[in-house]
Design a protein around this ligand. Structure first.
Ligand code: G6P
Length: 613
């Protein structure tokens, strides 16, 4: 979604900010802008479109020496909420005097009332955004001390914000604050970086400070002073990012998505390493922070998330029920937070989020904590808000995921959920030998995935022959039902083909009416319980002329006979098989999109991390 970068130090600020915005572009955006401080004045450049367009515009319109002289500035990539992605709606926005510039992530919910009040005082607004209202409000509160003005203004706003403010009156400072939208500060040598996402920082320093909600920081080239909104100093420790900058590069691959698909044997090995106990036949997940007794007393697991993370939760639901004999349910986080969920101290709520910043999942965490449930998280981004607020959980260790369409985070989420279910299952249901058998299967997941990745070329050839379709259906049963949903989501996200996932039995309750000659049906018919029924459903589709691409278990001739095309995945435990099956569908979606010439890493309208409701 929107991205913020601020820089104060010794380098050419404009170039630094443009490079920083490029690192955030993966989050999804539609316009961009920057403001730098030059000779006590603020210079602004903005543009609809990509960061490269902004860069070209600033280089064409600004005097060349501005790039050498300005060493302080703020910048933004916008994902439109209030008003279309035009130049005038792009950030930074200025206050009435032009001496205060603001970039903002989040939504100011009471902006209409504030705008009307300011208009009555003579303020004129140029844009349709909520952000411009906040810029004017800060200007209106300014009685000579911009920090106080920002505090005063933030006391009046409702909603969420991560902001960076530049003021011509105090050129050696940037003021940053957050409530609900992340801000991380990179502490370099004689330079300080403010960003909404560590990706804009990691090439420069590994030392970072995460702001908490309602923190406000006054940042200079060599100091970071953090207070609360009542001007009371607060202490925030400097943390080490621990991310290799090279991990966020394409590394010779055509797209980040392909790189991330191919990385999965490695990322899964990282997610699993050291977490299986072959002696006890269990899993070691110390971050869960729960005693054996607490786990034994649990009555229910509720998994919450959005998008791909929600689909991982749906696989987890099968795992907790099958392996741990535990009532499990999955709830879309936005629904969960508003529906008055019934929760108690014997309920475990697991928030699943790659980014750890998804607004609805974060709100679900707060709701669950309020109601006294055990709350933990499965996040990929270390130090993210959800990971910090839950305080317990399991990191995925998948490494930075840059492509908007999630791949390696999904498979690592499923692997971690399987290990959680194994741990709970050993405490409640199955014996040591059974636990050891499952642990051995989980250990082999990277190898199973490696085997699927070797099929990259044949899958690309199959995808080419489906690339011109406008509709596709994905079907599966049991734990493969959520994999079908995820397969359809991948295809929609990056190839813009209209794809829907259904339970294999559900097709005939309506969607089958849409099947015509050669409509693609991608059927997950691996050799797991329910396969025969799925084969029956496939025949129903074939009888109506559909073209069937089957995901089958390697060597299963019986299933192969029902398919027009087939991709074979290794034989493994039915829950474990969800991971190689998902990888095969990721490759299929990727190659469909490539054959259609789509912009794979940054699909239209999508954002990597959705920090608004
Ligand atoms: C966005 C992304 C999806 C992601 C979802 C949840 O919609 O485009 O790929 O699955 O957010 O994100 P999270 O970071 O919470 O897993």
């Amino acid at each position: 979604m929107c991205g913020i970068v601020g820089y104060i130090g010794k380098a050419d600020a404009a170039s630094f900010l443009i490079n920083g915005l490029r690192r955030l572009e993966y989050r999804g955006d539609d316009s961009a802008g920057l403001a730098v401080m030059e000779d006590g004045r603020i210079a602004v450049a903005k543009s609809p479109g990509k960061v490269s367009t902004l860069s070209d515009r600033a280089r064409a319109e600004w005097p060349a020496d501005r790039f050498e002289r300005a060493t302080t500035g703020i910048a933004h990539t916008r994902w439109a909420t209030h008003g279309p992605p035009t130049e005038v709606n792009a950030h930074p926005h200025l206050d009435r005097s032009g001496a205060i510039a603001l970039v903002h992530n989040g939504i100011i919910e009471n902006y209409r009332g504030l705008r009307a009040r300011l208009e009555a005082k003579g303020h004129l607004f140029l844009s349709e955004t909520d952000t411009e209202v906040l810029a004017h409000l800060i200007g209106d509160c300014d009685k000579g001390d911009v920090f106080q003005a920002v505090c005063h203004a933030l006391h009046q706003v409702e909603g969420t914000f991560g902001i960076a403010v530049l003021t011509a009156r105090e050129p050696g400072k940037i003021i940053a604050a957050r409530r609900g939208s992340p801000i991380v500060i990179g502490v370099g040598e004689g330079e300080t970086i403010v960003a909404s996402d560590a990706s804009a920082i990691l090439a420069h320093t590994q030392r970072v400070i995460y702001l908490d909600d309602n923190d406000i920081a006054i940042v200079s080239a060599d100091s970071v002073d953090i207070r609360d909104l009542n001007n009371v100093p607060v202490i925030r420790e400097i943390a080490e990012l621990g991310i290799d900058a090279a991990a966020a590069e394409k590394d010779g691959y055509e797209h980040f998505m392909l790189k991330e698909i191919h990385e999965q044997p490695h990322s899964l090995a990282n997610a699993i390493r050291g977490r299986l106990d072959f002696n006890l036949g269990s899993a070691v997940l110390s971050g869960m922070g729960t005693s054996a007794r607490e786990l034994a007393e649990l009555g229910r697991v509720v998994l919450v998330g959005c998008g791909t993370s929600l689909h991982a939760g749906l696989v987890g639901e099968y795992a907790f029920e099958d392996l741990a004999d535990l009532h499990a349910e999955v709830q879309q986080a936005a629904e969960f937070r508003y529906r008055n969920p019934i929760l108690g101290s014997r309920d475990l709520v697991v928030a699943i989020s790659q980014s750890g910043e998804t607004a609805d999942t974060l709100a679900a965490v707060r709701e669950a904590r309020q109601k006294g449930a055990f709350v933990m998280s499965l996040c990929n981004v270390v130090g993210s808000t959800i990971a910090r607020e839950t305080g317990r959980g399991v990191y995925l260790h998948a490494g930075p995921e840059i492509s908007v369409a999630s791949t390696k985070a999904f498979t690592c989420q499923v692997a971690v959920l399987l290990m959680m279910a194994l741990k709970l299952g050993r405490g409640r249901r199955f014996c040591r030998d059974e636990g050891i058998r499952l642990a051995r299967e989980i250990e082999r997941i990277p190898q199973f995935v490696e085997e699927v990745i070797r099929l990259d070329e044949p899958i690309a050839a199959i995808a080419e022959s489906y690339a011109m379709t406008e509709h596709a259906f994905f079907i599966g049963r049991g734990p493969m039902f959520p994999v079908a949903l995820e397969g359809a989501l991948k295809v929609k996200e990056i190839s813009y083909i209209h794809a829907e996932g259904y339970h294999a039995a559900e097709l005939k309750h309506g969607p089958i009416a849409l099947l015509e000659k050669d409509t693609p049906v991608i059927a997950i018919a691996c050799d797991i319980p329910g396969k025969d029924k799925t084969l029956g459903n496939i025949e129903e589709c074939r009888a109506r002329g559909a073209r069937i691409l089957g995901l089958i278990t390697d060597g299963d001739q019986e299933a192969a006979a029902h398919m027009d095309d087939a991709i074979a995945i290794p034989r493994c435990h039915p829950l474990v098989a969800t991971i190689p099956a998902a990888v095969a569908l990721q490759l299929f979606a990727y190659h469909l999109a490539r054959h259609r010439g789509c912009e794979i890493d940054q699909p239209r309208n999508l954002a990597k991390s959705v920090t608004v409701e």
